[in-house]
Design a protein around this ligand. Structure first.
Ligand SMILES: [Fe+2]
Length: 60
């Protein structure tokens, strides 16, 4: 999940730069990827709150 947060920060920054620099072709894909990273982060939050991490530790 830490990696997802780095990815969200990175894609958010790159998307903002692309917008400011007028890179209109790149912007939609960057924003789409940013949304995918946010969705993954939300899924990992749900997993962590459901006790999934504790179950994984017990299984290891
Ligand atoms: Fe990711």
């Amino acid at each position: 999940q830490k990696v997802e947060h780095y990815e969200i920060a990175s894609y958010g920054t790159i998307a903002a730069l692309a917008k400011q620099l007028g890179y209109k072709d790149a912007l939609p894909l960057l924003l789409e990827t940013l949304q995918e990273e946010k969705a993954t982060d939300e899924k990992l939050t749900i997993l962590a709150k459901s006790g999934g991490n504790a179950k994984a530790v017990q299984a290891a």
